[in-house]
Each structure stands twice: as structure tokens, then as C-alpha cells.
Design a protein around this ligand. Sequence first.
Ligand code: PRT
Ligand code: ZN
Length: 283
Amino acid sequence: MLKIAIQKSGRLSESSRKLLEECGIKFFNGSGVLKTKAVNFPVEILFLRDDDIPQYVEQQVADIGILGENMVYEKDKDVKIVEKLGFAQCRLSLAIPKDEEYPGPSYFTKKKVATSYTKLLSDYFRKNRIKAEIEEISGSVEIAPGIGLADAVCDIVSSGSTLLTNGLREVETVLKSQAVLISNKNLSKDKGEILDKLLFRIRAVKNAKENKYILLNAPESAIEKICRILPGIKSPTILPLAEKGWCSLHSVVKEDEFWERINQLKNAGAQGILVIPIEKLVV
Ligand code: PRT
Ligand code: ZN
């Protein structure tokens, strides 16, 4: 049985539960539940505060966990990151009052900066040889300059709208972050095998999200050119159409390359292009 810690409630909890469900793991998902065993996979799920997950994984209270990289590096526990999960993308940034001039990181010399990320921020200042004062606060960091508690802030940013509404401007990125899967460094053989099975499924789910299935019709004469635009996983599947001289071509395209490819395909003679989501993709 592998014990997996996920956030009980917060920005990561919904996506973490969804990822496990997409991996085919069924478990009781009631709101007051603190731990539950999956019914069809040898894992037990623990619902915790994200801040506590690195420590629990280090101490083997949980074997693996899902949380933001920002929290992994801030807590600095003896755990390893085994997979980036591609959700909860954000950054830890320094921000200053929007009308202030910004000459570069030297701006922060002798300034007071409010943050909940004291380790990451002091590492950043040390690396950039800046002597600044760090004011540790646990929440609502962006309000600190407005109430005279600090000159600047260092906090998590995703859309940037919280900074904007508090009259702040982002000037430096301290860390880019996304949700990751962490593991204890000394898993038993049995637990390691369960983790490998889980990772196989997670990668299939991730691949599926990053790729789309594409179907199109094209004259036979255009097929060679289209195959060069759409190499697919091995090579595209080509089937004849009822209309003589025409084929249907099936392949896989990376989601982030899709819009660029679509024009090339049309120019090459493709018609009736259909793009559909993939549920799982094992390569
Ligand atoms: O209760 P618990 O301790 O478990 O949760 P929490 O309140 O500490 O964390 P939570 O749920 O807020 O965030 C969990 C993780 O989500 C973080 O550690 C990040 O890895 C990730 N994440 C992604 C974010 C954001 N996006 C985010 N926008 N965490 C926080 N924010 C906050 C930020 O602090 C700021 O107040 O959202 C505001 C900024 O958002 P924008 O969109 O206005 O820029
Ligand atoms: Zn937290």
C-alpha cells in the first residue's frame, strides 16, 4: 500500500483528485474525510495542508505527495521530485509599488520585503548579493506595502490581477512553479513498484493532454507533403476514401503546435480537418 498525500482544500486539491481519477483510481471523495483507501489500486490517500506534505513525506507518514514546487523548495526537506504534473502553474515574484522606478535588483537594498517564502527569498537575495530585510507574514502579503508594513512583496503570482488591484508591479521572478509529485527517498521495493505503476498512468494522462488526435482528408498527391508536416507517433495512418484519388489521414499532433500546423496542412491541400481530444496516450 502506497500512501499519497494531497492537499485537502485549496488550489491544488481539485486537480490532484482529478489526476488520480484520470489514472483510473477510484476512492471515496467526501468532504470531511482525512484519509481513504482506493478501491481498485493499492494506494491510501491522505488529505493534508500543502505546507505539511514535504515533512510528512520526509518522515514517511506519507510515501509520496502532490504539491507546488514553490512549497517543496521553501520547506527544503529531504524528498525528491519524481514528476512535474503540468498544473497550478505560477511564479514566485518580487513586486514593488507600481509608480516607483526600478533600477534592477539593487532596488531592494535596505528595503523591507514582506513574504511567506523566507527561505526562497533569502536565497535569492544572497545569490544577488543584496542586503534587504525580510518581513515574514503568512497571508494577504500584497496588502503589506499599502498598510506601511513593508516596501515591497514577494508572493505567488498567476494572472497578476491581485498585484494590480493592490497597486503593485511585478519586477523579478524568483522561481517558476507548477504542481509536482514528490517521493520519499527510501521507498521499499513494493512501494517503488506501485509508484512506477502510478507514474506510468500519470504519464499517459499527461501525454493525452498535451496531444490531440487529428483526422483529415486529402488528395493522394498531397499525402507525402502532409506526412512531413504531421509525423505522428510513428507515422500517420492512411486509409482510402470512397472517392477515387482521395485518402483520410489520422495522426497525433502536439496541442501547442496545432495552430501553426493547421495552416501548413491547409496549404498542402488538406480538407475537413477534425481535431479531437485523447483520453490516454501510451507511447
Ligand atoms: O490550506 P493550505 O495550506 O493547504 O493551502 P494554501 O492556502 O497554503 O495554498 P493555496 O491553495 O492557496 O495554493 C496552493 C498552491 O497553488 C501554491 O503553493 C502554488 O503552488 C499554487 N498556486 C497557483 C497558487 C496560485 N496559483 C495563486 N495564484 N497559490 C497561490 N496563489 C495566490 C497568491 O498567493 C496571490 O494571493 O493567488 C494570488 C495571486 O493570484 P493572481 O491570479 O491574482 O496573480
Ligand atoms: Zn499552505
